[in-house]
Ligand binder design. Structure first.
Ligand SMILES: NC(=O)C1=CN([C@@H]2O[C@H](COP(=O)(O)OP(=O)(O)OC[C@H]3O[C@@H](n4cnc5c(N)ncnc54)[C@H](O)[C@@H]3O)[C@@H](O)[C@H]2O)C=CC1
Ligand SMILES: O=C(O)[C@@H]1CCC=N1
Length: 265
């Protein structure tokens, strides 16, 4: 039986654990998890998902896949503790941090850099993956099956992971921010909060499902909503006047740039 271990038990680790457990990729007790010091959080993860908390590397010496999910600035302190686990496939979900950082500790091992997002919680992550040169077909298959359990995955060059982070790693937050703004605007323009929330959620959900299920061009779907000289045209004109596309470009570029900086820290 395969055994995997998470080093770091924060939002991203929990989202991946939730997805893996829900899709029964592995028995929950074959998923080991540790964190810096928060015992209550590990106990809660055990209660909620059935995963196995651990403190000592001895408990996971036969682990098949080791998933690093600490913050980028915590990894230097963490890596030496796991240097003895030379049989494990290494997976990192850290933003920015290059494969080379992991290769310094695990020079002969298969290593995958994965950039998931928190929609992994419900099996809807949009993930990117890049591999090191030591990766075998079997390791690729294994990591891919884990990442597919939490959503879809696109293979990219390592350098492109910075852009993937700016698009889909951080992307859920942009969508939530958009919904916050949409709701606030609707409330200011006369709706009550509950009605604004329900309509905003269903609008995002319906539009996302239309994109996914019809596979039509976003521009085609947009045009179908937009009657000549109608309400949507007026709304879109206001977005253009306020530099919507330029704002989104600045957003993705800033997140990409921050990923590059995190990788150099
Ligand atoms: N939150 C998100 O949406 C996404 C996060 N990521 C990446 O995932 C990683 C984790 O992010 P979050 O879960 O949001 O952070 P977080 O702060 O919630 O979790 C970090 C975890 O690392 C643990 N940790 C710190 N030092 C440790 C040590 N010495 N030994 C063992 N565990 C230690 C902490 O106790 C905590 O459980 C980051 O590198 C981030 O770039 C990637 C994609 C999306
Ligand atoms: O904000 C961050 O740095 C992490 C990486 C991608 C999403 N959250």
């Amino acid at each position: 039986m395969k055994k995997i271990a998470f080093i770091g038990a924060g939002s991203m680790a929990e989202a991946i654990i939730a997805g893996i457990v829900k899709h029964e990729v592995l028995p929950a007790n074959a998923i080991y998890v540790t964190n810096h010091s928060n015992k209550e959080r590990l106990a809660r993860l055990h209660e909620q998902y059935g995963v196995t908390p651990f403190r000592d590397v001895e408990n996971i010496k036969d682990v098949d896949v080791l998933i690093f999910a600490t913050k980028p600035n915590q990894i230097a302190e963490v890596l030496p503790k796991y240097a003895s686990l030379t049989n494990a496939i290494i997976v990192s979900v850290l933003a920015g941090t290059p494969l080379a950082t992991f290769e310094a500790t695990f020079p002969n091992q298969a290593i995958a850099r994965v950039m998931p997002n928190t929609s992994a919680t419900i099996g809807e992550s949009a993930s990117g993956v890049a591999w090191n040169t030591k990766v075998t077909d079997e390791a690729k298959r294994w990591v891919t099956s884990l990442v597919e359990a939490i959503g879809i995955v696109q293979e990219v060059d390592e350098e492109q992971l910075h852009t993937v982070t700016g698009l889909s790693g951080s992307g859920p937050a942009y969508v939530y921010f958009f919904v916050e703004a949409l709701e606030a605007a609707a409330i200011q323009e006369g709706l009550d909060p509950k009605t604004a929330r329900e309509l905003a959620i269903q609008t995002i959900k319906g539009a996302a499902l239309m994109l996914d299920e019809t596979r039509e061009e976003p521009a085609t779907l947009r045009e179908r909503v937009t009657s000549p000289n109608g309400t949507t045209a007026a709304g879109l004109d206001a977005l253009r006047e306020h530099q919507f596309a330029e704002t989104i470009h600045a957003c993705v570029q800033a997140a990409k740039q921050r990923s590059i900086e995190l990788g150099k820290a």
